[in-house]
Design a protein around this ligand. Sequence first.
Ligand SMILES: [Zn+2]
Length: 72
Amino acid sequence: MNPKIPVIRVGDVLELKKPHPCGEKRFVCRRVGSDIRIICLGCGRDLTIPREKLEKSIKKIISASSSNGSEA
Ligand SMILES: [Zn+2]
């Protein structure tokens, strides 16, 4: 496995390096393919981004399956 390539699954929350214009940096993944569809948690707008481009802009993936993803 290559740790540089993040595994994105439907339902995961992605924290991106660049925030949405509304100020929110977290997005929920709704569809995974050659393009990835994400929904902004701040304003609810959905975006479709090519996987290659999205992978580069991910800061952190908060997996939906982990019971405790908090690092605080
Ligand atoms: Zn937004």
